[in-house]
Design a protein around this ligand. Sequence first.
Ligand code: ADP
Ligand code: MG
Length: 354
Amino acid sequence: MSRIQLLNPRLANQIAAGEVVERPSSVIKELLENSLDAGATRVEVDVEDGGVKLMRVRDNGGGIDKSDLPLALSRHATSKIRELDDLEAVATLGFRGEALASISSVARLTLTSNTSDESAGWQVTAEGRDMQAELAPAAHPKGTTVEVRDLFFNTPARRKFLRTEKTEYNHLDDVIKRQALSRFDVAFTLRNNNRAVYSWREAGTQIERERRVAQVCGPAFMEQALHIDIERSGLRLWGWVAQPSFNRSQADLQHFYVNGRAIRDKLVGHAVRQAYQDVLYHGRHPAFVLYLEVDPSTVDVNVHPTKHEVRFRDNRRVHDFIFSSLHHALAQVRPGDRLESETDAPEPALSGAA
Ligand SMILES: Nc1ncnc2c1ncn2[C@@H]1O[C@H](COP(=O)(O)OP(=O)(O)O)[C@@H](O)[C@H]1O
Ligand SMILES: [Mg+2]
């Protein structure tokens, strides 16, 4: 064996980046989470070449102090938690303090921000190389812009795993839509190769919210969807579930959020499947957009680097609540509405599975 050596910070970050930055859509996810955590009400995304050439996320959130800008790019640097106890009830989407460090180790990253209402602002740039952040003044309205260019330019092995521009674009489009469903109070814009794809205003009313759901999940879903909102002993489940007559051959129209965080969870999946069991043909999949709200101290979000998984303190209670809420809602549907259609519902706008 050779002697033990400390990895240099850049290499350490590049290795850590493997967990967080799989492809362009993972970058978009982290940048959107940061914008939402910063209290933005408007988020604009620009991408080129499926995100590989360029991803730019601009927000009108609180911004980053000039003196904090270099820190924002350091690993294990976060403004969101201070001590171990804070992990017990994380209220933000981020908390690990590694996204920007990881991204900047495998791409050319420019971070521009302004915390004041005057047109001012500062910029730091990091090019994977030395992680030395240089500060320079840069005009920017209140908020933050993160620009990520040439993803994996210095890690050719990772670059080889990227798919076609179209595939990568579809993945990041899914991520934005998933995030847009999590925050109706935020406006989202996407431009692809300098062409406007969509621009969704804040959705304050129920009608506006349902319009956004229809834009993401397709109008057919919305036409067949039951709106539910059930609260019981500190748990709340609300959203839209498709009547059993609207079902799919794949689990590709399933959105589940826990305290605003999009998650894929076995327990949740099982509870939902069980609720639909008697009203769906075998092998068919339900479609839903559901929001579970629980006391943050009863759910552990620090389970996985991409934060796609959570752990509930009381599994059984959460499972039973989801199951019984949905079971009850579906039982209200007229019997004639059930088991009607075996045909696939029209393709929704999303290609990824929840
Ligand atoms: N869009 C943004 N607006 C305001 N602050 C931001 C933004 N993006 C990043 N930051 C700041 O940079 C820090 C590091 O971001 P990140 O690496 O994603 O870690 P985390 O989100 O886990 O804290 C954040 O804690 C936050 O203080
Ligand atoms: Mg973050």
